[in-house]
Design a protein around this ligand. Sequence first.
Ligand code: PFF
Length: 446
Amino acid sequence: MKQRENWGSRIGFIMAAAGSAVGLGNIWRFPYMAGDNGGGAFILIYLGFVFVIGLSVMIAEFAIGRRTGLAAVGAYKSYSDRWTFAGVIGVLSAFFIMGFYPVVGGWSLAYVFKSLTGLMSDAGAIGDAFGGFIGNPVEPLGWMLVFLVFNILIVAKGIAGGIEKAARILMPTLLVLLAFLTLRSVTLPGASAGLEFIFKPDFSEVSGQTLLAALGQAFFSLSLGMGCMITYGSYLSKKETLPNNALIVTALDVGVAILAGVAIFPALFSFGMEPTAGPGLVFVVVPIIFAEMGAIGPLFGAVFFIALTVAALTSSVSLLEVVVAYLIDQRGMERKKSVYSAGGIMIVTGILSSLSLGVMSGVTIFGVGFFDFFDILTDKIFLAIGGMLLAIFAGWVVKKEDLYDELTNSGEKEFGLFNIWYNLIKYVIPIAVAVVAVMGITDIEQ
Ligand code: PFF
């Protein structure tokens, strides 16, 4: 039997898993979700979901991936054919997320060049420039294709050679850059209003929708609920301790999201802008911050968008990898061939969702365009269901002893919280996710 590919090193795995988790979800999505949902209260609820639900689900995904040595579909199937559908939902989620993610990745790439070619020469025009750019039928398409081609090239190179190498260099660069931006933002005049917005929770506006948005954001940001971390865990060596690795990845992910919030909101309030600007937030606020910095601004802007593109890339390669690993494990396809077939389909969905923000805005599914449809379908529905199914599967189908064995490396390592974790997975998380999903969905319909 061919030996399964493995990560080259421990730090390589952490960088790759954190690279998957840290992405547009933290820097593009988190700030605008927080802005749209009232700030501090949303962030606190999100943090609660991350540490109680997200971390536990991540530990379970790692355990099941490494135990079975298979990606999502194969892992479920190796226990019971009846569960294959749960893995298939994961593969579908990867396709759907890749329906919109590369579009935003392409925007980010475009902004590297726009930063250097005059975008910041007129701060007042930056908002309109963004609207004009994403609605253009050709330009964003081209950038999206370039972004997708990067993905295809990296994933075709395989695990240790491609994904891991890229993540090891690019993730630390991103952290340094964000820290720098944060410092700049909090020292602007009037920055304290922004800090108050994110750190002083106001629970009066919290609704079922806020809860579902926070839960969806937690799953999305941690790359959970679709088998991505099962897949990454399947490449992990038997020597690693899973709960520790999960904690490190979760802490890094949350750290970056909060840093992004602290980089954006103080500046936003300092410039007298509204926190509810939606998906354009990062693409408008950040260039304005840099525009106000004078001659050096464009260079910093370019570096920021390089970092954002990199963060996006280390996440999108993990999405593509979920589909590719499925084709390799279950369909017996070669790596390169699976990358090209999956990538080909993603080019089509990417084109549809990019055009839905401009010329195709009239074409709607359930009342929204392709971009929003792919986003809402995954973030609000598929990932939550996927996370719930995974918890039910781990709690009720996989043997408790097997999980204990995997999480303690056959009794060699301590996992003192095993019983608490197990009860969370078996009882609390399935119920909590179901309740939040029902509250959120009924709230949307009203
Ligand atoms: N976690 C990524 C982000 O925050 O941008 C997005 C993502 C990657 C979601 C991989 C799901 C996934 F499986």
